[in-house]
Design a protein around this ligand. Structure first.
Ligand code: HEM
Length: 586
């Protein structure tokens, strides 16, 4: 039993004085009235007075008890903070801490808890919710999860069920054979020479015919530019070219609103909101066709119509060209994912259904749509704060183009396009690759990811995992763990990626920005090429100055967007500025 003396001092401070003697004093209360036995009326009023007092005392008693219980529970919950990393409240568990963290930088909050808990903690949600999960940033656990026991940690039915309306059975949400089949085919495609050629050509066109003119216009009219928005448009157009073989034109002059791009963006956001809405509620809303679910249906319909249109047009194109030998040659050269999957047959020797083709393309667009653009946005923001890194990148770019024939370089510089970096030059940019990797280490495009446990298991750090448990791996927090990156883990230091001036990659279970194991990002090499090509083409021409006092904070979403975009001013680099670097190599 809890006695007053056994309660901590804080609890005692909450107790009314004499509370432990109250019961003893109660019978004597009547004696406190001087006219207790003088008349019947006074008897009645005295009786009322006593019953009121008793009533009052009874309530004091309940109130006291309530306070005592509250204090006891509060102290007990707060004591648990030491053991579990966060206070655990009856019924609601750790939810109050999560709710208060949602208003601030939630990723920093998760990082702090994980640092204090040596890399892993169990989030205890309300007893009535499905929020219970294990959160980890321990590389040993990640290797176990993503590689060693891969088949025990699929995306799981909960994830698939939540995203099915938008993503169908595409690679991003599928598990087992459905995933394996798409992964195998797409992987062959992603590593083919034809695909590389497609990515190189589409990027060249987008950067030189679209991106740089948009930047030049902003300079001409001295307007501020939301660099994140421009980069998102660039990668959306680019990934649509790769997945569908069509260019939606988001990055055209005047930056138009493209209905398909908007529908895709809204549909993704609304799908993500399902994860924080109780399943029964969003399912009921979907059934009743009301609220956000009604809008989601409209946006998904717009995505489907666009996909259907492209699929039908391509089918006709392929059928008509089959009759024409010249066109047939052109057909063979098409290497976008849609055409590749259209040429293949399923296990029964039948062409893939339109629905399956739609799912494949929509999933690739989702995977490659904004990951590289948000990574580049954080990279440019970090450069603004670390000018010495920008200097080193410029030094590297000038050293690499400086290897070209001087006359040839001068001729290209004075041409309409200016210097166009070549694929073999992009490959040589080790310092730039290190700086982009360092930006991704600190601001990974996918800040947290999740899996579900199939059979009871145990992490290498000893955490017990019950069947059905959700596991969250906190990629953002991993970049802030001294145990992984050392005392300077929060500093932006591209040098940590270099050995003798050459870029050295890290274990995927330590640097998990691209995931790891069998589900390693399929677009990793392409994404590096894309980011290096875009960054070098901009930096060679412009100094990107972030607008003073522009607030830069991450948005809570599947991808690590900047909540308020990245407002910048561009300053043209003068030839004399670049000459400084060229001279240092001669
Ligand atoms: C900086 C750029 C990028 C980053 C940081 C990144 C990161 C990731 C991550 C963390 C995953 C695992 C997601 C999960 O399973 O939940 C992933 C998967 C994937 N990524 Fe990327 N990605 C990038 C760019 C791209 C691009 C440009 C493409 C395609 C054009 C792409 C295609 C894919 C695909 C297809 C998957 C699914 C792989 C699978 O489940 O087997 N990614 N990526």
């Amino acid at each position: 039993m809890t006695t007053l003396s056994s309660l901590p001092q804080t609890a005692k401070n909450f107790m009314p004085p004499h509370s432990n003697t109250m019961k003893m004093n109660t019978p004597n209360l009547t004696a406190l009235s001087p006219s207790f036995s003088s008349s019947s009326s006074s008897n009645v009023s005295t009786g009322n007075f006593i019953s009121r007092k008793l009533f009052f005392l009874h309530h004091i008693h309940i109130f006291e008890l309530f306070v005592a219980v509250f204090v006891f529970v509060a102290i007990n919950s707060l004591r648990q903070k030491k053991r579990h990393g966060l206070p655990v409240w009856p019924v609601v568990g750790m939810l109050p801490s999560l709710v208060s963290a949602l208003g601030n930088n939630t990723y920093e909050w998760i990082s702090d808890v994980l640092v204090k808990q040596n890399g892993t903690f169990i989030f205890r949600g309300p007893s009535f919710s499905s929020l219970n999960c294990v959160v980890t940033a321990d590389p040993r656990n990640l290797e176990h999860l993503l590689k060693t026991k891969f088949s025990n940690f699929p995306k799981g039915p909960y994830f698939r069920d939540t995203v099915r309306d938008l993503l169908g059975d595409g690679i991003f949400s599928a598990d087992n054979e459905t995933w394996q089949r798409q992964r195998k085919t797409a992987s062959i495609e992603f590593h083919s020479a034809k695909f590389r050629q497609l990515t190189i050509e589409s990027l060249l066109e987008l950067v030189h015919a679209r991106l740089l003119p948009v930047l030049a216009e902003s300079l001409k009219y001295s307007t501020q530019l939301d660099l994140q928005d421009v980069l998102l448009r660039l990668t959306f157009d680019n990934v649509c070219m790769i997945a569908f073989g069509v260019d939606p034109g988001c990055l055209r002059q005047g930056l138009p609103q493209i209905p398909f791009a908007k529908a895709f963006e809204y549909a993704t956001e609304a799908t993500v909101l399902r994860f924080v809405t109780p399943t029964c509620i969003w399912k009921a809303m979907r059934y009743l066709d009301i609220g956000l679910e009604k809008k989601l249906k409209i946006w998904i319909k717009a995505v489907d119509e666009f996909a259907q249109n492209v699929i039908q047009t391509r089918k006709k194109e392929l059928a008509s060209r089959c009759d024409d030998p010249d066109d047939n040659e052109k057909n063979k050269q098409r290497s976008d994912l849609l055409t590749v999957f259209m040429r293949l047959k399923d296990d029964n020797g039948q062409p893939f259904s339109d629905k399956f083709l739609r799912d494949i393309c929509v999933n690739f667009i989702l995977a490659g749509r904004d990951t590289s653009s948000v990574a580049l946005s954080w990279f440019f923001w970090l450069l603004d704060r670390n000018p010495e890194v920008e200097e080193k990148i410029l030094g590297e770019l000038c050293r690499i183009v400086g290897e070209r024939d001087v006359d040839e370089l001068k001729k290209e510089e004075s041409s309409e396009t200016g210097v166009v970096f070549r694929p073999e030059e992009i490959k040589k940019m080790d310092y730039l690759q290190a700086a982009i990797s360092e930006a991704l280490r600190l601001y990974p495009s996918v800040p947290v990811d999740h899996k579900e446990v199939v059979e009871d298991d145990k992490f290498p750090d000893g955490t017990v995992l019950k069947k059905g448990t959700k596991v969250i791996y906190a990629i953002y927090a991993m970049g802030r763990m001294e145990a992984i990156w050392g005392k300077d883990c929060r500093e932006f230091k591209p040098e940590r990626w270099l050995r003798d001036g050459r870029f050295m990659s890290e274990s995927a279970y330590k640097f998990t920005a691209f995931n790891g194991g069998p589900r390693l990002c399929l677009g990793k090499d392409f994404a590096y090429y894309q980011m290096k090509f875009v960054a070098s083409s901009i930096l060679y021409r412009y100094h990107v100055k972030v607008v003073k006092d522009h607030p830069v904070v991450p948005k809570l979403a599947l991808t690590m967007y900047m909540k308020h975009g990245l407002k910048v001013n561009l300053l043209k680099r003068q030839g004399s500025e670049l000459q400084k670097y060229f001279k240092s190599f001669n």
